[in-house]
Write a protein that binds this ligand. Structure first.
Ligand SMILES: [Zn+2]
Length: 466
């Protein structure tokens, strides 16, 4: 078989009988862009020797903003506390205003490289916001998406549209401001963008409808989004449950909870993802969401995209993702900001959950790993991603098990979640092609990307006005 690749001698995490199961020394056969077999050897033209490595499904990062994160880090971490959410409403917009299209692409390239090098094979990129003067147009979104697939990633590009925006003042008060046309022209342009690009680049580039935040859209815009999703088959991701003030805003203006409001807009469904989902009640305790509302999410197949580390860094955490799982709600995982390392994010999810519930038993490494793989794939409606099984896409990550700190572990998942990080990733294959080998990208010059980023950072910092 001329185009077959055999990945031999690794500890393989196979998907069997609806669960990840570890095979101690096994072979994965890849042909073209798909997996042919897991656990059975066969003749192949090429071999990858995975001795001393775990062979795992690639990670699915369900929520990222790669055009600004390289510039907000180092700047945002200690800029405000959780009480006024000033990061979100005041400092973040100020940094984003200082980024032009060229620097956005330079930042994006570096972060997409980080994602790939730490084992992400599918990334959802949500861009940033419309009101940025001349710097957030759709040509830029397209360029960023093409950088992602150029590096070898599978990318879902999700440019955002909304009716208006928020701004926080220095006293922490949040104001809402409408765009002149209620954001309708931008919405039309985003929908056209999604239709045009979906499935391009041999299917590596797909798109997603992304109405901005639940409190910056109106009911008509959300209902129209559902109608378009029905007509096009595009999935939807909406930022919702980001802060207590957002919950109060929906309650005060709509007279109902955020979940009821999203239901009224017709959004709930298997193709609908709630980005953040931490304040779907007035507090961060998922246990205070009425059980009928949790049932609405579970029964409709709606997914929550959990973004633990960005919130933990601000001094708060969801209590807890496991409560969503126990209520039957699918939970996926994303980094939102930095680091774009899904192994690190799995640890944040697992430890955050245990801290929130004050219990070591609140969750397991396997549960956290599922968030980053099969549950993300489920949110995307993709049963061909997030698992190693015949007929799935050949999105495969190989992580070293020979480093000193891996000693003592039999289970590579426990190792990664509790003791490893993205630097353990040696080889990444996406769609049947090896795009990272020996921890280095094969389609980009890493040193050059870092040098360009440092120059861009200096330009952006000089332009920030708080
Ligand atoms: Zn976000």
């Amino acid at each position: 078989m001329p185009d077959r690749i055999a990945i031999r001698n690794g500890k393989v995490l196979a998907w069997m009988d609806g669960a990840h199961q570890l095979l101690q020394r096994a072979t994965v056969i890849v042909e073209g862009n798909r997996i042919v077999s897991v656990g059975e050897d066969a003749p192949a033209a090429r071999e990858i020797d995975a001795t001393g490595m775990a062979v795992l499904p690639g990670f699915v990062n369900m929520h990222s903003h790669v055009t600004d994160t390289a510039f907000t880090r180092g700047f945002l971490e200690e800029s405000s506390g959780p009480k006024d959410f000033g990061n979100l409403y005041r400092v973040l917009p100020a940094v984003r205003n200082a980024i032009d299209a060229r620097d956005a692409c330079i930042g994006a390239r570096l972060l997409l490289l980080e994602a790939l090098l730490s084992g992400t094979t599918t990334i959802v990129e949500l861009g940033y916001d419309l009101e940025l003067a001349g710097s957030a147009d759709l040509d830029n979104a397209r360029e960023v998406a093409e950088i992602a697939v150029g590096l070898g990633l599978r990318c879902y590009s999700a440019p955002r549209y909304r009716r208006g925006y928020w701004r926080g003042d220095s006293a922490g008060k949040v104001g809402y401001y409408d765009y002149a046309d209620g954001g309708r022209a931008r919405m039309e342009a985003c929908v056209a963008f999604c239709k045009a690009l979906n499935g391009s680049h041999a299917g590596l580039l797909r798109t997603m409808l992304a109405p901005g935040q639940v409190d910056t859209c109106d009911l008509d815009m959300l209902a129209e989004t559902r109608r378009i999703a029905g007509a096009t088959g595009l999935p939807i991701q909406l930022h919702a449950g980001q802060s207590p003030s957002e919950f109060r805003r929906i309650r005060d203006t709509q007279g109902q909870s955020t979940i009821r409001y999203m239901e009224r807009a017709g959004l709930l469904g298997r193709d609908f993802m709630i980005g953040h989902g931490m304040f779907l009640a007035e507090t961060n305790d998922v246990g205070t969401i009425p059980s009928e509302e949790l049932a609405l999410l579970a029964d409709s197949g709606t997914s929550v995209v959990h973004l633990p580390w960005v919130k933990m860094r601000q001094g708060t955490l969801m209590n807890s993702y496991a409560k969503f799982l126990r209520a039957g709600v699918n939970v996926a995982l994303g980094t939102d900001t930095h680091p774009l390392d899904m192994i690190h994010e799995m640890r944040a999810a697992a430890i955050g959950c245990k801290l929130a519930e004050q219990s070591q038993q609140a969750t397991t490494a396997t549960e956290a790993f599922d968030l980053a793989t099969v549950r993300g794939a489920r949110a995307l409606g993709r049963d061909d991603l997030g698992r190693l099984a015949p007929d799935c896409k050949a999105d495969i990550v190989m992580t070293s098990l020979s480093k000193p700190r891996a000693a003592g572990y039999d289970d590579p998942i426990k190792y990664l979640v509790y003791n490893g990080d993205g630097c353990d990733v040696d080889t990444v294959m996406v769609n049947g092609e090896v795009v990272v080998r020996g921890g280095m990208p094969l389609r980009a010059d890493l040193d050059e990307a870092v040098a360009q980023m440092n120059e861009a950072k200096a330009r952006v910092r000089a332009k920030i006005v708080l």
